[in-house]
Design a protein around this ligand. Structure first.
Ligand code: GUN
Length: 291
């Protein structure tokens, strides 16, 4: 049977609508307009696209967007001074420093200089610790979006076998924590995992977050499993014409869709949910600042 396509684009539109309603209420009832500051250092083309898209979405739901574009040679001291200023600005409820940073900047130091309550990425060590111990925290946007789609599709995730392929701090590790929090039995697989096909074949939920185009073939997927594909990889597409490219996930969509019960497409799956969750986290930060 053909898999249900989990439409992240439609789901994200619904979440953004709920965020917009919440923003309108905060304005009306409390005179607060949530504000998100996004800091971009350098001119990485992909980061520029993401930052533009984040700013546009922020304004669309009625929030204030503060963009800070710094040149690639910005010193660590200057970047930390800007973050300090944003930390103490009451109009700024959320701060996001777009990663990766240029090599001369210490990412951990920079991220940990953001006030934890304004860390809408959930990357600050305090938020990582709170999530790991099951306490109220800022939750990283991509794994949060994946969890929301899984809950929407399954209802309860309790007792399900989940495998997360990839152990990054941004996606893999927090994803595993969230699934554990929803009472899944969680395996984190990575490049050193022995017999990855066998590990994936046992999973009711597969979250692929490795950044390798179509590395998970359909015959690794258990019949009826739910597949969440976090990968966004651009590959050559000579069939579309010379020099053309297309986006694919970490999962071979066509073959996986023949076996999965449900699957997210690329594009239009996890990607739109990440920004929707960033907006939701900013509203959460604004509400917490008001209480
Ligand atoms: N670069 C790629 N993904 C992300 C993200 O979720 N947050 C930040 N700050 N940078 C990123």
């Amino acid at each position: 049977m053909a898999a249900t396509v989990i439409d992240g684009k439609a789901f994200a539109a619904k979440v953004r609508g709920q965020v917009a309603e919440h923003v309108a209420r905060l304005k009306e009832e409390h005179g607060i307009t949530p504000g998100l500051a996004v800091v971009l250092v350098g001119e990485d083309p992909a980061s520029q696209v993401y930052v533009r898209s984040k700013g546009k979405s922020t304004v669309e739901v009625g929030m204030n967007s503060f963009e800070h574009k710094l040149d690639a040679g910005t010193s660590e001291a200057d970047l930390l001074a800007l973050i300090d200023q944003l930390n103490s600005d009451p109009k700024v409820h959320g701060i996001l420093v777009q990663l990766p940073l240029p090599g001369h900047l210490d990412e951990d130091l920079v991220i940990n200089s953001i006030a934890p309550e304004k860390d809408v990425d959930g990357f600050h060590i305090s938020n990582v610790g709170l999530l790991g111990t099951g306490q109220k925290s800022m939750v990283p946007c991509t794994p949060l979006g994946c969890l929301m789609m899984l809950r929407e599709h399954h209802g309860s995730l309790s007792g399900l076998d989940a495998v997360v392929i990839g152990r990054s701090n941004i996606v893999g590790k927090p994803m595993a924590q969230l699934l554990l929090g929803d009472s899944c039995t969680v395996t984190i697989a990575h490049s050193r995992t022995k017999d990855l096909p066998d590990v994936v074949r046992r999973a009711d939920i597969v979250v692929a977050a490795v950044g390798r185009p179509e590395m998970v073939p359909g015959d690794w997927i258990k019949e009826g499993a739910t597949v969440i594909d976090v990968g966004i990889n651009r590959i050559d597409a000579p069939e579309k014409g010379e020099g053309k490219t297309r986006l694919v996930g970490d999962v071979d969509y066509a073959s996986a869709a023949e076996r999965a019960g449900a699957i997210t497409p690329v594009p239009g799956g996890v990607g739109p949910m990440t920004i929707a969750c960033l907006l939701a986290n900013t509203v959460t930060a604004a509400c917490r600042a008001n209480n």
